[in-house]
Design a protein around this ligand. Structure first.
Ligand code: BTN
Length: 258
């Protein structure tokens, strides 16, 4: 384990460590990241002294097309650990790997794979940021982000939560090998927006898709019931929408086929 008061990004440090031979399970933790990174090229800012920001190196024995199972293991393992600290509340999962409490984000994950370490298993960095005891968030995040403290009214000892999450992750990665099916079921049970109309926004490209969430497939892809039938997506950001929007987009689809 490498522990820092300040680092650029624990994911960036872990990627460099992988090149120097970091083993499966190596952990990098920091109290503050100067340039914490989020999904879709966004930044992740987290105040020092309040939260958890760390990365775990994984060297899974998985082919590239099955790497999605890591997301499922990471979410179920982390969520199970956090749930023990927030009772009677419980976390939910926003596809693919955000954890929510009371409908607001409390944890984000950034999985970055590198498949080119010569002579070694492919390596993945799993970066996790948890809003633990933070009391205030920037106004632009109002209603979107919260912390375990704000939702439970309890100050949570970060070291205890960190140990619990690492234990939860270890259990989940073992479970991935022996009982993948029940792990998928746990993920599906916690998945938000199932049966609801959503808009899937593609951050890296033009256009988006509307449909009803039906669950995830074996590779962790989001299954949406769209105007063109069931489709599976492996990227994008889920946004709540209304059935009216889906009806309009189906109508547009029908018109363009006339
Ligand atoms: C997201 O929700 O966009 C993902 C956020 C991931 C943040 C964590 S904090 C620890 C690790 N190091 C980083 O630079 N990012 C991840």
């Amino acid at each position: 384990m490498e522990a820092f008061s300040v680092v650029d990004s624990t994911n960036t440090f872990a990627s460099g460590w992988i090149e120097r031979g970091a083993p499966h399970g190596a952990v990098v933790v920091a109290d503050f990241q100067r340039s914490g990174r989020g999904r879709h090229g966004r930044s992740w800012s987290s105040l020092p002294g309040f939260n958890l920001t760390f990365s775990v190196v994984l060297r899974p024995k998985l082919p590239p097309d099955q790497i999605g199972i890591l997301t499922i293991a990471a979410c179920t393992g982390t969520a199970a650990a956090i749930d023990r600290f927030v009772d009677p509340l419980h976390t939910t999962i926003k596809w693919p790997n955000d954890l929510f409490l009371n409908d607001q984000k409390i944890c984000g994950m950034l999985l970055e794979a590198s498949w080119n370490t010569p002579g070694q298993n492919p390596a993945v960095v799993l970066g996790i940021g948890v809003n633990v005891n933070q009391v205030e968030f920037p106004p632009k995040l109002n209603g979107q982000a919260t912390s375990l403290f704000l939702e439970t009214g309890r100050t949570i000892p970060r070291a205890d939560l960190f140990a619990a999450i690492l234990g939860g992750l270890e259990a989940a990665f073992n479970r991935m090998e022996i009982d993948e099916k029940s792990m998928r079921r746990d993920y599906a049970r916690k998945l938000m927006n199932v049966g609801e109309d959503v808009r899937l926004r593609f951050v890296a490209s033009e256009g988006d898709v509307v449909g009803i969430v039906r669950g995830v497939d074996a590779a962790g892809g989001l299954v949406l019931e769209t105007g063109e039938g069931r489709r599976v997506f492996h990227s994008g950001e889920v946004m709540r929408t209304s059935g009216t929007e889906r009806a309009r987009s189906e109508e547009r689809g029908a018109r363009s086929e006339e």
